[in-house]
Structure formats: C-alpha cells, structure tokens
Ligand binder design. Structure first.
Ligand code: I6G
Length: 676
C-alpha cells in the first residue's frame, strides 16, 4: 500500500469537509450551495483518493454512506431512557382537557407556551454519538429495547456522521422520525414496478421496509430522511432551557428539524396551528398524521413528568386518517375522452383523508391483477395528497366465498363498440372513436384541428357548446350546421357564424392523408396517415386492408395495424363515414406511390426563412417525395435546405460536409417532380 502524499491527505480532508458542508446546506438548511453535478464531482474525487490510499478512509467520510453488502443482524439495543409514545387527542375537547391538566399540575392560570411540530408518518429512531461520532442507532421497538440499525441509518444523508461544531457534549442522543418524502416514494414504487418487484402501500411502509434491509447498500438507494424531535445529553446543564432552543441547538449540530415548527401561546393558538397545518397537509412534500404540542419550558416538562408510557407534557392532535378499510361493492368501467376504458371501484362509503369516499380508481386490468381485487373484497383505501382515492391493498383473510372476479367488458359501456386491449398495452380502449359519446368532444376537436381538417373558428369553446346543446353529436353533424342554427347560440355574432359555416364548407374536400389523420385512429399520426394515403390511394383500400398489407406500409407495425383494423370494423364508425359522405364530404383519392420514391430513406433538414413557400409546405412536399424531415443536422443528414438568415444548422452542415441547397435549388427540384 503506497503512502499518500501530504497534499493527498490535505485534499481528502478538504473534500470531506466541503461535502459535509454541502450536505448540511442541502438536507438541513434546504438551501443547496452547489449544483448536484458539482457535488458528484467532489464525491468522485474523494472516492478516487480513498481507493488509491485506503488509509485515508475515515468513519465519518461521506463515501461511507453507500452502505455495505455485509448482512446486518439487527441485534437488540436496550434504550438508556425508554422511548415513549405520545398520548393522542382526537378532538378540540380532548386537546382543551390536556391543556387544562397541564395548567392544573403546574398551578398556573396563565397561558402555557407550546412548541407545535408536524407529526411525520415515519418510524421513531434514536441515534447515539460519542465524542461527536455516530456510534449507534436503534429502532423504538417496544419502547424499552429496539434493534440495532446503525449500518442502515448511516446511509441517510440528513443524519450527520459527525456532529458539527465545537463544545459538543461527550455523549449525545438524538431522537427523531425516519420517513420517505412523497416524491421519493413514488419514484421508488415506479422503479420497483418496472423491475416487476412488489411495491409499497404507503411512504411509511416504504420507510420501514427500507430500514429493515439486511444489506445497507439497498437502504442507501432508498430516499430516506430523518427529522430530529428531541435530544438528550449526559449533562443537562449543557442544553438550553426550552424545547425550542434545544432543537435550534440540534439543528446547529447538523440535524434536520421540521421547518414547519412554531410556538403557540395557549390552547387557542394551538388550535389555530392545527387548522393551519391541516390546510397545508396535502401540499407538504411528506406525509403527516397530526400535530404534536409540547410544553416549551424544560423545567415544566420535568415537573409534569410521565404517566405510564407517555409524557404528560406532550400530546399528538391527530388528523383524519388517510387510509381506511371498506368493501368493494362493485366494479364499473368508465370511458375517458380518448377512449381509455378504466375500472372504477364502487365502495361502501367511508370517511378517509377528510372526505367521504365512495369511488376509487383501479387504473387498469394489470392493476386489478396485481392487487388481486375481487368484488366483495375488504380493501385499504387511501386518499393522501393526491385527491383521487386509490385501492392500495386487499385484506385476503376477509375475502367472502361469494367474491367475484373483475372481467373487462367486451363492449364499450357507453357506445357498445368493441373494447380492444392490444397486446403489450396496459390500457383497454373503446374502438368507436368517431361515434362514442364519451369521446365526442375529443373526436370533433381533433377532426377540426389545424393539422387535420383545419376548420378555423371551431375551437374547444364552441365544440363544448355545440355538443352540450345537442346540436352536434358526431363529426358528420358539423356539416349540417346553418348560420341560422348558430345564431341561436348566446354570444355567437353574425360574422362569426358565417365565417364558421364558410370554414366548415372549405373542409369538404380534404386530401386523403388529412382526412385519415382527422379520423383520430389511435397512433395514426400525420406521418402514418401520409404513408397510408400514398400506399393505398383511397380510404376504401385502407378500410379493407388486412393486417399483412397494413404492416407493409412504412411506419405501420402490428399495434398500429391492430388499431386501424378495429377502427374500420366498428359499424358505428362506418355509419359515421357514410354520414360524412352524405353530408357532402369528399376526400380525394391519391396517386399510389408505393414503389420507391425519389427521396426514400433520406433525411432532410430545413433551416432559415423561405420566401416562396412556408416551412410546412416545403416539409410536406419533401415528405411526398419520400424524405424524412428532421429538426437537427447530423452526419446522416442527406441534405440541408438553407433559406434566408440560416444560422447554426447551416454551419454544422458545412462542417460535416452535408449537401446544402438554397431555396432556388429546392424549387427547381420540386418543379422537376411537378410539386411546384
Ligand atoms: O413519536 C413521536 C413523533 C413526534 C414523538 C414525538 C414527536 O415530536 C414531534 N415526541 C415525543 C416526545 C415522543 N414521540 C415520545
């Protein structure tokens, strides 16, 4: 093992203290001093030095937070002072009783000063420091003895490995709550789900599961935090006189304390703090289940003492629970505006998260299988932060013999068209896109949009009004609207009405690809619609094509082919196409250019301003010739068309030796192909 130079020793110390400082700013002060990338750079530099010179590694090095693959045995730890629990108040009256008892015992007629702190929904832990260094951490356990979780606690970045500052007492014990912020919980569950692993029901279970990991390398990858709520030292004279100040001290020592903490004088200010925190509850980045009130003066705390296992000087005023048990009475299917068919659980009404809930989303059939939900099951319903209640767990032991499996309907519950579940897709969809009342507004909005039939003036507002007044049910009805009909609508003037009718009229002879795109077939975007139009030449040919002929078209794979087939198999969609024809809509046929196109396989880029045609027009024409038009230049670009004031893309093309055409050359090429 080679000996580190004095410079390396000094640099390792500098890096450790810089990383420690940044950690403190980030996790304790909520005020990052440097960007994450810079932190990572310093971290890697220290890691490299420590790998080169293992003698530089110290117990409090931030690199030690990555954990170890050695298995933890979770030995028993007897608490020097029992880890008590808190009494609860579930009503204003119970809180007033608590305050009355406190004043009686203290013999005080004056208002008592309390410290109010959110009660985090996590796990209580105790962390011990000797001569400033973290030596042991334990769970609460039964209050008298818990489990040794030192290796796992060391991986949590908001737990200092060494207490900051000078004059730190020889022995310090900090107690607090380990929790998982909501965002970290969602990200963790997504990650677990993507790996096909079991997910956690709520952030508290996720925090508990993470602290119970045998390998601390696993815990290190879990987004845990710790918030300190009390401190004990061997010599009390080394601590301030109040709860508030001792927590400020703890913060200076490098621990995170809750930023929502405040003082309240008397019970009425406590009640106001309760209301205020309850209003904030859903917006907080972590879950809380109540607010804790503690008598601020530590000498008062000592006088009040303890009763059985709880302090007489503190109480938790609980918020309404965010998880409750109830029964699934039925599962129905709803159709969204884009045709997604979603199962919804009809519940026996239950009060959860502050409201009475009688419906909860089940998302999709995969979720039903994952949870193994059946009609008649008793389930946990959760309503937290996110307003939509969710079924998170089935209580299998309570399943009745009569429980019924949930079956995806074959027909759309709204329009009776086929429900399609394409292999590899989680969402089931109604295939009656043009007709289904649940999808009406969306279908019309898409049909009239700029890239589809471009019906100017037919925006969301008028679509809502026309559908809500039952004047339009399908896209075909648009063509029967008269100026007189429109004038019956509030806030529709003569000019707008005649402009709208004229715009509708102009859309009667669309080119085939636009019409195909306008039908809103799933996953048939502009490019696919263009490929289909030039490959088949007519709508009838597309409608009659089997899967084999469809997948032969550029951009069309089996999934898209499936969507196209099911669209044209729905009688309601075909009826709507007939109705469009009857209303005088005549989509043009297109010349079949299924053979090789002149620019097939080439990628072109347009840059700068063109004077004779718009960018969209130029793109459309290039695509007609088979080119793909991209937004950036690379070695693979076949040609760049540079208009007036072309900038960096032109420079890049020149640098890469890509062919460049000016507008004139482009127009000549288009003329050769009779496109200009
Ligand atoms: O379990 C707890 C959560 C939060 C607590 C607690 C707390 O203060 C914010 N404080 C004490 C004193 C105890 N348990 C025993």
């Amino acid at each position: 093992m080679s000996k580190p130079s004095a410079g390396s020793v000094k640099r390792a110390e500098e890096l450790r203290s810089a990383l420690d400082e940044h950690n403190y700013q980030y996790y304790v002060l909520d005020d990052p001093g440097i960007p994450d990338a810079e932190y990572d750079r310093l971290f890697r530099e220290l890691q490299k030095l420590e790998t080169e010179y293992p003698q530089l590694v110290s117990d409090d090095s931030p690199t030690r937070r990555v954990g170890s693959t050695a298995e933890t045995s979770f030995d028993e730890v007897v608490h020097r002072l029992p880890m008590l629990s808190l009494d609860n108040a579930f009503s204003e009256e119970e809180l007033r009783d608590f305050d009355r008892r406190v004043r009686e015992r203290l013999g005080s007629d004056n208002d008592i000063e309390y410290v109010c702190e959110p009660k985090l929904d996590g796990l209580a832990v105790s962390v011990h420091y000797e001569q400033g260094l973290l030596v042991r951490a334990a769970t609460r356990g039964d209050g008298y003895a818990g489990e040794d979780i030192t290796a796992n606690i060391r991986t949590i970045p908001s737990v200092p490995l060494r207490i900051r500052g000078r004059d730190v007492p020889d022995l310090v014990e900090v107690r607090g709550e380990v929790y998982m912020p909501r965002a970290g919980f969602e990200a963790l569950n997504n990650r677990l789900e993507n790996h096909g692993d079991k997910t956690f029901v709520n952030p508290r279970n996720a925090a508990a599961g993470s602290l119970r990991q045998k390998k601390s390398t696993v815990t290190a990858r879990r987004p845990l935090e710790m918030c300190a709520y009390s401190v004990a030292v061997t010599d009390d004279s080394l601590l301030p006189d109040t709860q508030w100040e001792s927590l400020q001290q703890v913060r200076q020592w490098g621990f995170r304390i809750n930023p929502e903490m405040r003082k309240a004088l008397g019970v009425s200010e406590c009640l106001a703090a309760y209301e205020e925190l309850m209003q904030k509850r859903d917006a907080l980045p972590y879950e809380i289940d109540g607010i804790v009130f503690k008598v601020n003066r530590l000498d008062y705390q000592a006088t009040l003492g303890f009763v059985s296992r709880a302090p007489r000087w503190a109480i938790a005023h609980k918020f309404p629970a965010q998880e409750e048990l109830t029964v699934i009475e039925d599962v129905e299917f709803q159709v969204g505006r884009t045709g997604a068919v979603t199962p919804v659980a009809r519940l026996k009404p239950v009060f959860v998260g502050g409201v009475t809930v009688s419906n909860a989303t089940l998302h999709n059939m995969d979720e039903i299988r994952r949870l193994d939900v059946r009609i008649g099951d008793t389930v946990f319903v959760r309503r937290a932060g996110d307003v939509i209640p969710k079924v998170v767990k089935v209580v299998i032991e309570k399943r009745p013999k009569t429980a019924k499996s949930v079956v995806l309907p074959k027909q759309c519950p709204v329009c009776d068209s086929d429900v399609i579940q394409i292999e590899g897709e989680v969402v089931a969809r109604c295939s009656g896109g043009l007709f289904c009342p649940a999808q009406r507004k969306e279908a019309i909005r898409h049909y009239a949009s700029r890239k589809a039939l471009d019906i100017e003036g037919l925006g969301d507002k008028w679509i809502d009004i026309l559908v809500d007044h039952a004047m339009v049910s399908t896209v075909a009805d648009i063509y029967h609207l008269t100026i007189k009909d429109l004038l019956r609508l509030e806030r529709m003037g003569e000019k707008s009405a005649s402009n709208l009718v004229a715009a509708i009229d102009r859309s009667r002879q669309p080119v085939l690809w636009r019409f195909l795109y306008a039908l809103g077939i799933r996953e048939v975007g502009e490019a696919t619609a263009k490929s289909l139009a030039s490959h088949f030449g007519s709508l009838e040919a597309v409608a009659e094509a089997d899967e084999e002929s469809l997948v032969a078209v550029q951009d069309v794979g089996p999934i898209v082919a499936g969507h196209i087939r099911s669209f044209f198999e729905q009688p309601h969609n075909l009826e709507t196409l007939d109705a469009l024809r009857d209303a005088g809509v005549k989509w043009q046929e297109e010349e079949i250019t299924a053979g090789a196109k002149p620019l097939q396989g080439q990628t072109w880029v347009l840059t700068g301003t063109l004077s004779e045609l718009t960018r969209d027009e130029a793109r459309e024409k290039l695509e007609t010739l088979g080119a793909k038009v991209a937004g950036s230049v690379s070695r693979k670009t076949a040609c760049v068309v540079a208009g007036e004031a072309a900038g960096s893309k032109l420079e890049k093309a020149e640098k890469l030796g890509v062919q460049v055409l000016d507008e004139q050359a482009l127009l000549e090429m288009l003329k050769e192909h009779e496109l200009f």
